[in-house]
Design a protein around this ligand. Structure first.
Ligand code: HXC
Length: 528
């Protein structure tokens, strides 16, 4: 049935109600062949996605009967009800959420005037009531037929994303081939999720790339999940659509509904020393340059070992993600010695800074675990702008006002010490393990600068190796410890690794009521 088959007038109340039912049915069913095409690609339809995401029966649709009304499309049968997007609100684990789901079966989910109006309407509702906005994107971008009206629609959406930023959590799922405006919007939201095999995102597709630059690149290479994850555009790559929806549900359980709310409290686990706590005493290798997986440390400190890692494939030298301590959300930032020995580079600095800003916006305390040999040196990093881009990390710590706790587990050298949540940038509680090495630089590098002349003389005398080893050992014993920092109060306490969970929990308890005022200003001029 097409909408033109519907009766234009109806004689009585019963017939009018029947007409409403028919129109609703038309709106909900969509075009059968388009739905089959969507399923054949391994994708759900917009309504199926909404149903799978929200608590059963909780969805309230808004603007179901909106049509594009553009008139210029020629064929009236293409005036689908809903016009390319399903919008409304519902519950996730009993908490309100606004959603929009683009309908690829209608003009490829492209965004015209009415689609834009519908999306903006639910965004405004979310901002007013203070609930997250979840966007299920499956769209070819601006609707070509509607010309500048489509660009205006995207402009309105982009404006409201910026307005909602830091007010309510905004989460974007990329669930199909998304181009143009369909990727600019999500990129400005807090979290982006893609799905293996079925989702792609790029500013311009392979054909345009070929025409403009001459590069011959596949869909996957240009905009597949792996490419986007490596570029830092994506926080999680799901194995299928259900996995994506499940992950977002889990993510929401860590977040407050808005910036004036606290994240949900799942209740404390108790502070008795456990076998898991004691295992931390064994985690740092005796050899200073031996690798270990920082995820192991995180899992021993947080509730049930659960760590919702984000952007795992981007800057793997810095781990970021959400977890809970005593049932309350914390954002974890941690160097990962398995990659670049945990050194900070441009990508890691930007990844960490954006995550800290996200936590700060949504009242999520930040737990930092430090094992950093410094900033990663080299021409590529300098040419890439590490001076300008590397500073973002310390700036994020300095401007955040949520409770912050830092634990130095091993190295904290030079700029790495400064940038990874040190006391001087106003982190609240700074702890160090006895294995901490807090210094301007490591032994080898320090000795080569401080004792260059003596070492050159020793080369001539033939005993350079033993002198070098003795100097490094002396430097390490004197400088590469937590005690110089502890003597100055730059770390509040040196603790056994096994005490970490309890000490962090106590610090977070004490900091729960932290209020930090900043000087009056419009906003800091954040280095972007
Ligand atoms: C109108 C569109 C459309 C669009 C797709 N369709 N994109 N209709 N406007 N932007 C329609 C197709 O005509 C087709 O209609 C149906 O959707 C499905 O599209 P297919 O091409 O058959 O699907 P697929 O092969 O999967 O390819 C999907 C795609 C491709 C990669 C998204 O359609 C594509 O490249 N579209 C154009 C992308 C683009 O350049 N968008 C404009 C970006 S500019 P039928 O009738 O055949 O089913 C932009 C500016 C934003 O967004 C500015 C913000 C301020």
């Amino acid at each position: 049935m097409t909408t033109t088959d519907l009766p234009r007038t109806a004689p009585g109340t019963a017939a009018k109600i029947a007409e409403l039912a028919r129109r609703r049915e038309v709106a909900r069913l969509g075009a059968r062949d388009a739905v089959d095409k969507q399923h054949a690609k391994g994708k759900l339809t917009a309504r199926e996605r909404v149903d799978a995401f929200l608590d059963p029966g909780s969805f309230v649709e808004v603007d179901e009967l909106v049509r594009h009304g553009a008139g210029a499309y020629g064929d009236d049968t293409r005036e689908a009800y809903g016009d390319g997007v399903v919008t409304g609100y519902g519950l996730v684990d009993g908490r309100p959420v606004c959603v929009y789901a683009q309908d690829f079966t209608v003009f490829g989910g492209s965004v015209g005037e009415r689609v834009g109006q519908k999306i903006v309407k639910v965004m405004q509702r979310a901002i007013e009531v203070g609930c997250p906005i979840v966007g299920l994107n499956d769209s070819g971008g601006a609707r070509i037929q509607e010309g500048v009206a489509s660009l205006a629609a995207y402009g309105e959406i982009g404006y409201h994303i910026a307005l909602a930023s830091g007010v309510v959590p905004q989460i974007s799922l990329i669930l199909g081939p998304c181009a143009g405006g369909a990727v600019y919007g999500p990129a400005a939201t807090d979290v982006v999720v893609m799905v293996e095999n079925t989702s792609h995102q790029f500013v311009t597709g392979p054909d345009v790339v070929r025409a403009v630059t001459g590069e011959d690149v596949s869909f996957e290479e240009l905009g597949g999940p792996a490419a986007n994850a490596a570029a830092g555009n994506v926080h999680y790559v799901a194995s299928d659509e259900q996995d994506a929806l499940d992950w977002v549900q889990a993510l929401l359980s860590y977040l407050p509904s808005n910036n004036l709310d606290e994240p949900p409290d799942f209740g404390g686990a108790g502070l008795e020393l456990s076998a898991d706590d004691l295992a931390l005493n064994e985690i740092i290798p005796d050899e200073p340059n031996r690798l270990y997986d920082m995820r192991g440390v995180i899992r021993h400190v947080v509730d049930d070992g659960e760590f919702l890692e984000m952007q795992a494939a981007f800057a793997p030298n810095l781990l970021v993600g959400l977890a809970r301590i005593e049932g309350r959300t914390v954002g974890v930032v941690a160097n990962q010695p398995l990659h670049l020995s945990g050194a900070l580079d441009i990508d890691a600095s930007e990844k960490g800074a954006r995550f800290i800003q996200f936590c700060d916006a949504f009242n999520i305390p930040v737990l930092t675990l430090v094992d950093v040999p410094g900033y990663f040196p080299g021409l590529a990093q300098e040419r890439g702008g590490i001076i300008r881009r590397g500073v973002k990390l310390s700036f994020a710590y300095a401007t955040a006002t949520v409770p912050m706790v830092t634990v130095i587990v091993r190295k904290a050298y030079g700029g790495g010490y400064a940038s990874m949540g040190c006391k001087h940038y106003r982190v609240d509680a700074n702890l160090a393990w006895p294995t901490a090495e807090i210094a301007v630089m490591g032994g080898e590098a320090a000795v080569s600068v401080l004792f260059r002349r003596q070492l050159q003389e020793a080369v001539a005398a033939g005993d350079v190796e033993s002198l070098h080893a003795a100097l490094v050992a002396a430097y390490r014993a004197e400088k590469c410890t937590p005690y110089e920092a502890a003597e100055r109060g730059y770390v509040d306490a040196v603790i056994a690794p096994s005490e970490t969970r309890t000490e962090v929990a106590k610090a977070l308890r004490m900091l729960r009521t932290k209020r930090q005022a900043s000087p009056a200003r419009k906003h800091p001029n954040t280095p972007l």
